[in-house]
Design a protein. Structure first.
Lengths: 245, 464, 209
């Protein structure tokens, strides 16, 4: 089994530590993982702004980079969902379809493909999970609070394997943080208010860390956490699952 | 954006300036969302009911032509006069002509979002007809000369002190009185007098049954009934999409409607109007007003399945933080944002972008409209049709060009983290909307790509 | 083409291919504990419930609960027989003439356990306005007419021979001012349901049922 590591553009530039943690975590689990260096972006920022028609080059590049792998794994639910829903190729539609079906967000890859039962990880802190909407309602990483359906949570299952980690429960388990791609600029006031309220929920419930399967949510929340000097830190789930301190 | 009216983002920013109000608004709507969750989770077959409702509505849309004719025939047989209106103007003219023919210049109205869409009140008032909205929330909004901000909770954005002031100014209640029970009792006495003196009443329609020619109006206050049963002329206005095939389907919809809307097991009143009372005239106006056009848009037609419960508004974090009036459209919130562009794409080009696409709206929708997917689709249409602002088009084109080439991406990324300048976090200055209330992400010494080139396996590089 | 023809032509041209109706016959409630389920739900809504054995008992409870110096109207002749303070409705007067009624006592055709609502046709209302214009509403429903859900209710109602019918599920209410619940918006301030247990079911017959 060979896995292609898909590191979204902003993770590559701003959060290399999360990407390194993802790589190391997969290697620890004996996965043959490689990072095709010529990758840029899945095209989501354009598509969500109404410019899906300008994403052809991004799509073609993605197909070229990742066609040869058995699985494609990324530490970003949002980018994975975009690939799963919108990756197309005029030249090779079958290839695009195959890539869509074998692209996984890290947590679902660990639980659904690797069936991880045990992690040698330690993280003795109080942690709140910020449910990324694309991870939750797009990839169904956990049960959605709106539905009358049995509860489950893939991130919780993994975090429960981490020694010393204490999950805090939140008042609103899956309210959106307000990042929303270009929304965070186009609707700055609403975006920040939503983010502040997510932060307050974690604060009220005693979280030392906010974790998530999406760094885009965390980048937004981190910006607010730091501006308001809360002392709470944002950390991608890969960094917790890979942690040994 | 070249706009004469303020867009959602500007109006939302104004609403958010009063943070205490926003917190209250957000909390009140979240509480309603929680009541909706409790009600839904009390019904084991809830998700199956939503699916059934969705399928019934799909059937309605696929057979609307015949159902409309069946409904009209049965309603006519029942003694109801059925009118057809292509648009708002025609609807308003029909209502006015009915009143004029009877020599009536006073009308009491219960809640009807359709007549709000048609701006019926303004039309009638210009022609000398005195119109009073009798739903308490709508009555308050009318006194304050504002449209409803929520289809179920028309004045949810107002604090009780403001409502007390409005009552004081317009109805002469004592200054400073803001207790909800006191104000409601006052409105009750005042509007009782309206009900018993009005000879014409207008209601909206929640469901119209093709099989029997009857229609159902749901209220909690009893205002639709107070108006209708005391009137000589009863007029009801409905969008053509409100038809359902069989009476038994009401069982599905009435089980879903109030639970989704407020968490109640059913609205207090579910009134089934079939025939006029002895000595009464009943008129029903079937209104198209863009619905047949929306029916022809495959990506968007399912928005016509909406039963106006407002659950998508209550759950929407953007709605909760920005208030319904920021949507500058009669139907606000997520469902409004997918209905409005059909009526006027230029005017409402901003609405599909007033969302994070979080998807909660689609999950609470009792008829399973894929609202967040339609928001995404409308964005594509609005851009393709040329309604996106020019600055945005240039920015996104530059972004697409950069990201399409690994070489340019790597070069620009190295030269100061291109992404920092472009998607969408600009440098730390006053033009940077990211930095206004958020710190910038820290700039690491090297990107993951650079790290991997040094630390990654060598053979992998050869392969590339 | 006139407006109707234009609308219908546009609808016909734009409607999607046929999509079948779902089978909804499997939606059913359970017949267990209907009286207690109904009572719990209706009480939660803000109504009052009494389980009674006879109309005489109803009359006694009315004397205790309501201001009997004011006007009380009923559609139940039996109740009229029990107490001469209670006035039998008239179908012939203007609906406005009921503006001053304190209490209306009606008999429901059905009650629904899952939501507390009772079903009244206009025959059972006397006049359409009566259950809305009264200050307080009382409804008698024989216990065997409580059904589990709206599905069973609509099955029993069928097409129905009425000009007007309604589910009424509690006192009129609003929460439009800051979500503060106020009972008695425009309609009744209170609603009381008397569940009449089997031995003494009402014998009143109504046209069209």
């Amino acid at each position: 089994m060979t896995v292609g590591l898909f590191i979204p553009c902003y993770v590559n530039q701003f959060y290399p530590q999360a990407a390194i943690a993802t790589l190391q975590l997969l290697q620890k689990l004996d996965v043959d993982v490689a990072y095709p260096p010529k990758q840029t972006c899945c095209g989501q920022p354009m598509a969500n702004s109404g410019f899906e028609h300008l994403t052809k080059e991004c799509n073609d590049l993605f197909v070229t980079n990742f066609a040869r792998f058995d699985y494609i794994v990324a530490p970003s639910a949002s980018c994975v969902l975009h690939v799963k829903e919108h990756l197309h190729s005029a030249d090779d539609p079958a290839q695009a379809e195959s890539i869509r079906s074998k692209t996984y967000e890290l947590v679902e890859f660990l639980t659904d493909v690797l069936n991880v039962e045990d992690l040698k990880a330690r993280f003795p802190h109080k942690v709140g999970i910020h449910q990324s909407c694309h991870g939750l309602r797009g990839l169904h990483l956990a049960q959605m609070s709106e539905l009358n359906a049995p509860p489950f949570s893939k991130p919780v299952r993994l975090l429960n394997m981490v020694d010393g980690l204490e999950l805090v429960s939140l008042d609103r388990p899956d309210d959106c943080c307000g990042f929303g791609g270009t929304f965070c600029i186009a609707e700055e006031a609403v975006s920040v208010k939503m983010g502040k309220d997510r932060v307050l929920d974690h604060q009220r419930n005693g979280a030392e860390y906010i974790t998530s399967v999406d760094l885009s949510c965390l980048m937004h929340l981190e910006g607010i956490l730091q501006r308001n000097k809360t002392g709470i830190k944002a950390l991608h789930i890969a960094q917790i699952l890979n942690s040994t301190h | 954006m070249e706009k004469t009216i303020k867009d959602h983002s500007a109006l939302a920013e104004e609403f958010i300036r009063d943070e205490e109000r926003v917190n209250w608004h957000d909390g009140a709507l979240w509480w309603i969302r929680q009541k909706r969750d409790m009600a839904a989770k009390n019904i084991p077959e809830w998700e199956a009911l939503r699916e059934a409702a969705s399928q019934i509505k799909n059937n309605v849309l696929s057979n609307l032509h015949d159902y409309l004719l069946e409904f009209e025939a049965n309603a006519t047989k029942n003694g109801i006069t059925v009118h057809w209106a292509a648009d708002a103007q025609e609807h308003n003219a029909i209502v006015y002509s009915i009143l004029k023919e009877k020599g009536l210049n006073q009308l009491v109205k219960s809640k009807s979002m359709l007549t709000e869409e048609c701006h019926l009140n303004e039309y009638l008032i210009e022609r000398g007809v005195d119109v009073i909205n009798s739903d308490l929330g709508e009555y308050i909004q009318q006194l304050d000369n504002e449209p409803p901000s929520h289809i179920v909770l028309p004045c949810i954005h107002k604090r009780k002190e403001e409502i007390g002031d409005i009552f004081h100014e317009h109805l002469g209640t004592e200054k400073g009185v803001s207790d909800p029970t006191t104000l409601t009792r006052f409105a009750r006495r005042h509007l009782r007098n309206v009900f018993v003196t009005r000879r014409a009443a207008l209601t909206g329609v929640n469901f119209a049954v093709a099989e029997t020619g009857e229609y159902v109006v749901c209220t909690n206050e009893g205002n639709a009934d107070m108006g209708a049963h005391l009137s000589e002329v009863q007029i009801s206005s409905m969008g053509i999409e409100k038809i359902i095939p069989k009476k038994k389907h009401l069982g599905v919809f009435l089980r879903l409607l109030a639970r989704s809307a407020t968490g109640q097991p059913i609205t207090i009143y579910s009134s089934h109007f079939k025939k006029p009372r002895k000595g009464q005239e009943m008129h029903l106006v079937l209104v198209d007003f863009g619905r047949s056009r929306q029916l022809g848009r495959p990506d968007f037609r399912s928005s016509l399945k909406c039963i106006r419960c407002g659950a998508c508004m209550n759950t929407c974090p953007v709605y909760r933080k920005s208030g319904g009036l920021s949507y500058h459209n009669t139907i606000s919130g997520p469902i409004g944002a997918i209905l409005a562009p059909n009526l006027d794409m230029r005017k409402h080009a901003d609405l599909p972008f007033a969302s994070t696409l979080c998807g909660s709206c689609s999950n609470v929708c009792p008829v399973k409209i894929n609202i967040h997917e339609q928001l995404y689709q409308w964005r594509q249409v609005i851009v393709q049709e040329g309604y996106a602002a020019n600055t945005k088009v240039l920015g996104i084109k530059a972004m697409a060009w950069t990201l399409s080439s690994p070489a340019s991406y790597a070069r620009i990324g190295r030269a100061g983290r291109w992404v920092l300048n472009n998607i969408p976090f600009a440098v730390n200055n006053k033009f940077n909307l990211w930095y206004k209330q958020r710190e910038m992400p820290g700039g690491p010494k090297e990107s993951f790509g650079e790290w991997y080139a040094k630390n990654g396996p060598k053979e992998d590089e050869k392969q590339e | 083409m006139n407006t109707k023809e234009r609308i219908l032509a546009a609808v016909l041209a734009n409607q999607p291919p046929a999509s079948p109706l779902p089978n909804i016959d499997s939606f059913k409630g359970t017949d267990q504990d209907l009286i207690s389920t109904y009572s719990d739900v209706f009480t939660t809504i803000g109504g009052s419930v009494f389980v009674v054995k006879s109309l005489a008992e109803v009359e006694g409870l009315i004397q205790e609960t309501f201001d009997c110096t004011r006007r009380i109207i009923t559609t139940l002749p039996e109740l009229r027989d029990v107490s001469d303070r209670i006035e039998l409705y008239s179908a012939e007067v203007m609906p406005h003439s009921f503006e001053d009624i304190e209490l209306a006592v009606l008999e429901a055709e059905l009650a629904v356990a899952e939501n507390g609502a009772v079903w009244l046709t206009e025959q059972r209302m006397g006049q359409r306005i009566i259950p809305y214009i009264c200050q307080h509403l009382a409804v008698v429903v024989p216990a065997e007419r409580i059904v589990p859900t709206l599905h069973e209710a609509y099955e029993k109602i069928g097409v129905g021979d009425y000009g007007f019918g309604a589910f009424i599920g509690g006192p009129s209410k609003t929460a439009d001012i800051e979500q503060a619940l106020v009972l008695g918006a425009h309609g009744p301030i209170s609603m009381t349901v008397f569940i009449l247990e089997s031995e003494a079911s009402s014998t009143t017959s109504y046209p069209g049922e």
